[in-house]
Design a protein around this ligand. Sequence first.
Ligand code: FE
Length: 421
Amino acid sequence: MHSLASGTPKNVAPVVKIVVIDTLNAALHFCVSLELVWAFAPDARLTMNPIQLFDPASSTYTYLLFDADSREAQIIDPVDEQLERDLAVLREYGLKLVLVVETHAHADHVTSASLLVEHTGALTAAPEACGIRTAALQLQDGAELHFGRQQLRALHTPGHTAGSMCYLWASGGRRHVFTGDTLLINGCGRTDFQSGSAAALYRSLTQVLWALPDETVVWPGHDYEGRRHSTIGAEKRNNPRIAGKSQAEFQSLMNGLNLPKPARIDEAVPANLRSGVRHDADGAALMAVRPASGYAGNITPQLAWSWVQSGEAMLVDVRSDAEREWVGFVPGAVGLAWKQWPGMVPNPDFDRKLLDAVPSDKKVLMLCRSGVRSIAAARRGTELGLEAYNVLEGFEGDPDEQAQRGRRGGWRYHGLPWRQG
Ligand code: FE
């Protein structure tokens, strides 16, 4: 028996840390991981591979598989709302994501594939027959997906959708199959929309998946009752949808389900056919107030400008006089330094001048160079009884790799009005 403490820090410590720093999702992730640790004792206890992650809103399972030597990883069916969690897990485990793989074009959630690509440089892979034309790798039956010295094999299993695939992986002396919505624990994906076919699903289940060894571990795309994995043998024997049923019986059962339309289908399918790129986005997120502690909220430069234009807010530029003079300023904004050159000494007149400048019925929006000093200023404004906001990104944004500002966000970068001199 290995003890957890004898594992490499890379494999063990991070999970505990995630639980400490994160919220319910991470706790769920921890529970799932821990359960797997014991399910595959003793060796897998040190590797937790695959890592099973859960999205409570859509009951979707996402799987992260990695090669322990090279640390290359791939992720199956990631969910857009879980992007930050998934990036945190990659960081904590020290993994390099090389592939983002879809089992099909989902109707119940939007994939984070394109966002993960932007963050990690991974390639996208999807079944060719799903019509996800943005995916870099268009998979056909039998395609092999490599990560480090590991490989995943694609099995075309039409039925839930015409393009649906399962992925087979041999690791740690076991075979694993990631079944998407083709096979669920005691269930299977519906076949009544999106090119679904009960006849095709029957063939995929009985001829493709049932041909795998009984002990193959089944990792489903969803579970609504907290179950995490099964085996081919158990599903063959017990799955009430298909065990002991003829094709005709299966088809009549599937065709009589009369399930409601998935809530997000109209939004999810078009987005998922483009790897999650939101061409239907209406800018709502850009114009929403984000919560903050100690002041009224964080807002984008774009929202700040729209409030200034409508007259409901005053923009207060809290950079030093020198910065405003040298770098540029926003016409109409109140210039009121939070700290002054030389030495960045706190401005002793800040409170008085702020209260003089801002009418009590207006919001006050604090702008600095990159959105740090403006947080302190927004907190102070709040203490003085004002409705104070921090303008994210500041006037110049964050520095890029060459330490140059103005190329990575900021008031100027977004094309909002400013001038110099
Ligand atoms: Fe589905």
